[in-house]
Design a protein around this ligand. Structure first.
Ligand SMILES: [Zn+2]
Length: 245
């Protein structure tokens, strides 16, 4: 598979095994567990003082949705060294590549071809799925990535979550996230959508947003958009949203 330049750059710079590169070296990356394929799932705290409001930013839940990973990469690149907390009112935990198996092989699921956004142990989790790409796993929470996410939610206790995906552009809200979405929408010309048109049992939005009332936004960038354009397009919208926490 031919990979574009930014994917290659990010792939090489992520802290997998021996491939650590300068961008991530010497900074406080934390591992939250390993993927089914044995890759570390890593995150970095930004703007950190403890006991502030907390926001979890996640990219690459679907490994082929490079657009969201690229947003995360650029966000971390801008703020990794910043001690100025004024752009946001929160401690941020950034996990740029939640599904390293899928990201490294440019596919939606993890090594077991499980759609990690259908594997969370929601009350409506179901083994039924309409297309192979939505395979929810043999049981809820069967995947180590899901265990990692639950552990992140329980230890970091975010007050707000944004998960960066790509499909049709939209600000998909789960739980009490409409006020956040409306701030986001002022700088990002996308529709706010509560129902994306089909059921998503086992999703992070259902688990965190609806079942735990953590305001959760699934931000869908346009699939295939020029990667260099994503961060400039969405930066202010995300920062302004983080500033109201
Ligand atoms: Zn997705």
């Amino acid at each position: 598979m031919q990979m574009s330049e930014p994917i290659q750059t990010l792939k090489e710079s992520l802290p997998y095994g021996d491939t650590k590169k300068a961008f991530f070296q010497g900074s406080d990356w934390q591992s939250f567990g390993q993927s089914a394929g044995g890759h570390e799932i890593t995150g970095k705290k930004l703007f950190g003082v403890e006991n502030a409001r907390r926001a979890l930013l996640v990219g690459g839940v679907h490994g082929n949705e490079t657009e969201g990973v690229r947003f995360m990469e650029d966000f971390i690149r801008e703020f990794a060294m910043s001690s100025d907390r004024s752009p946001v009112n929160a401690e941020i935990l950034a996990i740029p590549v939640f599904n390293p198996d899928g990201f490294l092989s440019f596919k939606r699921g993890n090594k077991n071809n499980v759609d990690l956004n259908r594997n969370m142990p929601t009350r409506d989790w179901s083994l039924n799925y309409s297309e192979p790409k939505y395979f929810p796993g043999p049981s809820a929470s069967s995947e180590p990535e899901t265990a990692a996410m639950i552990s992140v939610l329980e230890s970091f206790r975010p007050d707000f979550i944004i998960s960066f995906h790509s499909w049709k552009p939209m600000i998909n809200i789960n739980g009490p996230a409409r006020p956040h979405a409306e701030v986001m929408q002022k700088k990002l010309d996308m529709e706010i959508v509560e129902d994306i048109g089909y059921p998503t049992p086992g999703s992070l939005g259902t688990y965190a947003g609806w079942e735990r009332q953590i305001p959760t936004i699934t931000l869908e960038f346009e699939r295939g958009v020029e990667l260099d354009l994503i961060y400039p397009m969405a930066r202010d919208a995300v920062l302004n949203t983080l500033a109201i926490l």
